[in-house]
Design a protein around this ligand. Sequence first.
Ligand SMILES: N[C@@H](CCC(=O)N[C@@H](CS)C(=O)NCC(=O)O)C(=O)O
Length: 209
Amino acid sequence: MITVHHLNESRSQRILWLLEELEVPYEVQFYFRDPHTKMAPAELQRVHPLGKSPVITDDGRAIAESGAIIDYIVRRHGGDRLRPDPESKDYDEYMHWLHYAEGSASLPFIMLPIANSFGKLATPLRRRVDYELGLNLRYINERLRGREFLLGAALTAADVQMSFVGELAVNFADVSTLPDLAAWVARFQARPAYKAAIDRGGPYGLARG
Ligand SMILES: N[C@@H](CCC(=O)N[C@@H](CS)C(=O)NCC(=O)O)C(=O)O
């Protein structure tokens, strides 16, 4: 059985959501951030040397990095659900979103609090962060125009992987000119499986509903 090593208020929430969507049984091992540093506890390094969340264990192995975890769960436990046919062009798009989330889109959100913590000293950095935020969020918004989900009418695991970026956007960026992105976040957060994952994982401040 899959164990999700779940850090509170973190990216591992989306792994719980994916497992709920797929109705795959799983166990949750809870870890809590240090209240001052917000870092994960050292015991998570005993599961995987990076000590970050998410990490899952399954079949005697630890798998880290959300995109790799999502790909693993969908391939090994998902049947043919929540992903396009691997021979289709849609699958190439699907892989783009699966990699893009952590490879590019989340970086400006990591830089934002760092830039803010330096105040005026960080003005050049803040300018660059704002530029990257705008560029990426407009790109996601454009993609969602006329689509319910990133690949079209049906939710895929790419939406699950991208959900964290969407949630950061509606909580920490100005989305007043990004209605398609905001509607997509509201749409996926209303799903029963999303809510079941929060019941299982505990409070999650990025959820709006
Ligand atoms: N790109 C990695 C990021 C992992 C990551 O930084 N996770 C954060 C939680 S959102 C974490 O573990 N933070 C606690 C820490 O760095 O100690 C992934 O998507 O899995």
